[in-house]
Design a protein around this ligand. Structure first.
Ligand SMILES: Nc1ncnc2c1ncn2[C@@H]1O[C@H](COP(=O)(O)OP(=O)(O)OP(=O)(O)O)[C@@H](O)[C@H]1O
Ligand SMILES: [Mg+2]
Length: 223
């Protein structure tokens, strides 16, 4: 069965994890852009669950709510408590399927999984999809929903079309319609303490459009 976006609309007051055991797939970039996006709509907390503390460093001195928590039990409780006080809680997971990532997956309504095109990357994402499947089995209400999206793609490549084909058939995640392409601006934005949403120029507008389109697949327009 082919599945594409929009099946995963979620409501306010929800916990969203960004996870993939593979390193460098774009979890933190997604989480930070999502934090900006959600903060425009209501109070939002980003929980940095990664010992690299990348999102904390990217957000230093900026006007966002961000908290570090790497203990699995404490993360589980913190996310649930903060979901009562905030409209959105975002968890930036580390590049592993350690207990803290499992805790994040188990307490979330939605798990965003950035996947880079390429056989090894797609294979590796399967481990994260497996955790999603386990959590869905235990929760029994269809959550956490999984939305995979392709990140760092290059148009017209075989790797992109193969990744799309594989992920569209996957039983435990939905593949986002939005593809985030490889753009230098995403790497450069942190140096100016910015996201694509706040930088000037045509490329920033294009990248902001990628993220906006991705987030609109999962967050209701009127939220
Ligand atoms: N679409 C993209 N185009 C260009 N560069 C990107 C893109 N997405 C992410 N990057 C860059 O790739 C690097 C890794 O991204 P990021 O830190 O978001 O990944 P991560 O999954 O959080 O990594 P880790 O597993 O180490 O936590 C960063 O330098 C980031 O700026
Ligand atoms: Mg990261």
């Amino acid at each position: 069965m082919t599945k594409l976006g929009c099946e995963v609309l979620i409501a306010m007051g929800k916990i969203i994890a960004v996870a993939n055991q593979k390193g460098g797939t774009g979890k933190t970039s997604c989480a930070v852009h999502l934090l900006h996006w959600c903060s425009q709509r209501g109070s939002t907390l980003l929980i940095d669950a990664d010992s690299q503390e990348s999102s904390t460093r990217l957000l230093q001195g900026r006007d966002y709510n961000c908290q570090i928590e790497r203990n699995p039990e404490d993360l589980f409780e913190l996310a649930q408590e903060e979901a009562e006080n905030n409209q959105y809680v975002i968890i930036d997971c580390p590049a592993s399927l350690a207990e803290v990532t499992k805790a994040a997956i188990y307490c979330s309504e939605l798990v965003l999984v950035p996947v880079q095109p390429g056989v090894l990357d797609v294979d590796s994402a399967n481990q994260t999809f497996r955790q999603l499947k386990h959590a869905q089995k235990i929760r029994k209400d269809g959550t956490p929903k999984g939305l995979a999206f392709i990140n760092r793609a290059t148009k017209g490549t075989r790797a992109l079309s193969e990744a799309k084909e594989y992920l569209q058939q996957h039983p435990h995640v939905t593949l986002a319609k939005t593809v985030i392409y490889q753009r230098q601006l995403i790497q450069d934005a942190p140096a100016s303490r910015s996201t694509a949403f706040t930088l000037p120029g045509a490329t920033a507008k294009e990248v902001a459009g990628f993220y906006q389109s991705l987030f609109e697949e999962v967050l209701p327009h009127n939220a």
